[in-house]
Write a protein that binds this ligand. Structure first.
Ligand SMILES: Cc1cc2nc3c(=O)[nH]c(=O)nc-3n(C[C@H](O)[C@H](O)[C@H](O)COP(=O)(O)OP(=O)(O)OC[C@H]3O[C@@H](n4cnc5c(N)ncnc54)[C@H](O)[C@@H]3O)c2cc1C
Length: 310
């Protein structure tokens, strides 16, 4: 196997690509957005930055533990124990943003950003990708590491092994980010609620973040889906009002923004680590294979790489 394309530079795609790099295979990664991370993205703005997607990761598997340990040793990750949390499980965050967790995995990889893969074609010379920037390839194998509803149209021409993707269910989340001129009168750094807010946290209680008082608020999935097609900036305003109900009088933010995650959390996963077909030359992976966690995405990506290498 000489050249493999990986679609998507989130945790699953980088996990797959890092495993392939370890095996000495040339990997080309294609990512539609401007940066690494997918749902581990950090939103930067004038005077600050905040984590828009996953707030922290938890670790149960030993292989993932090794990756997290390496990130901690390299100064790309650390622990986070905000006041107000109810869990005893260690929480790990990336530095200076959540995508810091991916730095080691991304090392020396050939990644093309701002390119959207629209079709995976199969030719006599291998797989060819059709993208919004023209054709790429051929490649000996392809791994699609993107959310199930986005993977489905790319893979349905590749037959039965990918038929089960349609059974995966993913839910949406609206995330609001708010910065304030002064610390707000909320003692806890982290709070969970039961709607319309799911959780809220003080982003600047995380190590490595700018000092500016910044809150990240996630809507519940039900509420987020009820406003999904509305302007996310308007939805961020409603979320802020609801936050006032928890935090007490909240001053007007100096900056605010809303982000719609259409495919945020896996509600029904596949229950297998990855899918592969075409004599193991085409594979699909992502958190949706195993569960709604960053660790699941890591394990699924690695499994897809192993399947293709096998
Ligand atoms: C608001 C929110 C809070 C969360 N909180 C937590 C938490 O606290 N702890 C936890 O463990 N998990 C949490 N999660 C879930 C966690 O973020 C995900 O499980 C994990 O990041 C998924 O990684 P992935 O690589 O499977 O997918 P993604 O991160 O979605 O990566 C897929 C990548 O593929 C790219 N892509 C998609 N289609 C194409 C295409 N056609 N061509 C090229 N590129 C494409 C996307 O831009 C993206 O970068 C949260 C998620 C959200 C949204």
């Amino acid at each position: 196997m000489e050249s493999i394309a990986v679609i998507g530079a989130g945790m699953a795609g980088l996990s797959a690509a890092a495993r392939l790099r370890e095996a000495g295979v040339a990997v080309s990664l294609f990512e539609k957005s401007r940066g690494l991370g997918g749902r581990l993205a950090t939103r930067r703005f004038d005077g600050g930055a905040a984590d828009l997607g996953a707030a922290y990761v938890t670790v149960r598997d030993q292989t993932f533990q090794n990756v997290v340990q390496e990130a901690i040793f390299a100064g790309h990750a650390t622990g986070w124990a905000p006041t107000g949390r109810t869990s005893d499980e260690p929480w790990i965050i990336g530095l200076p943003g959540m995508s810091g967790l991916l730095r080691g995995l991304a090392r020396d990889l050939d990644i093309t950003f701002r390119i959207r893969v629209e079709r995976i074609g199969s030719t006599s010379e291998g797989y060819a990708l059709q993208t919004d920037k023209g054709g790429r390839g051929p490649f000996d194998a392809v791994i699609a590491a993107i959310p199930a509803p986005q993977a489905e149209p790319l893979l349905d021409a590749h037959g039965k092994p990918f038929g089960d993707i349609a059974d995966v269910r993913m839910r949406s989340t609206l995330a609001g980010v708010y910065t304030f001129a002064e610390p707000i009168g909320m003692e806890a750094d982290f709070v969970r609620s039961d709607g319309p807010i799911d959780l809220a946290y003080r982003n600047n209680s995380k190590a490595g973040r700018p000092d500016t008082e910044t809150w990240v608020v996630h809507g519940t999935q039900d509420w987020s889906e009820s406003v999904l097609e509305d302007d996310p900036q308007m939805s961020a305003g409603w979320l802020l009002e609801a936050f006032g109900g928890i935090a007490g009088a909240v001053p007007k933010p100096v900056w605010q923004s809303g982000h719609r995650w259409r495919y945020a959390f896996v509600e029904t996963s596949l229950g297998v680590a990855c899918l592969s077909g075409g004599n193991h030359r085409i594979a699909a992976c992502g958190d949706w294979c195993l569960g709604a966690r960053v660790e699941a995405a890591y394990l699924s990506g690695r499994a897809a790489a192993e399947a293709v290498l096998a």
